[in-house]
Write a new protein. Sequence first.
Length: 157
Amino acid sequence: MIKNLKYKIGIIFVLNLIIFLIIFLFLQKKNILFIKFNLITKTHTDLPWKFTPINPPLKIKIGELTNIEYSVKNLSSKDTSGTASFALYPKELKPYIIKIDCFCYDIQKIKAGETKKFVLTMMIDPKVTKDSKTNSIDEAIMQFIFFDSKNFKKKES
């Protein structure tokens, strides 16, 4: 009888342990937060470039360093230069986007017919999850527009 009781207690303990582990793992996965970014690229009509994101859309893990790659091709027969502006929607996210390295707001020169790869290195500050205005945001739009650098007025990033 005691042997049978120990066996039942052992089974109950193992089942409870399995249930605890399943719940724990489920909650762990739920706490891994991502934001899906739809990447929009445009070029002003004065600039004969083809500008595209390499891997749109993408999910970025909050707190993790991420590289976003873009391809830019000069479609003209002349060397040209452009400058990209950056926009983010919803705007409430902007303080939490940490741009480590960005091609935006700098003059980019591309030779006639040349294709270049530009990279945005960024991170989403984990504090985004503590702000009541941003903690439920799971999707955003990141937009770059390239302008002919002669016509671009530098804005604060």
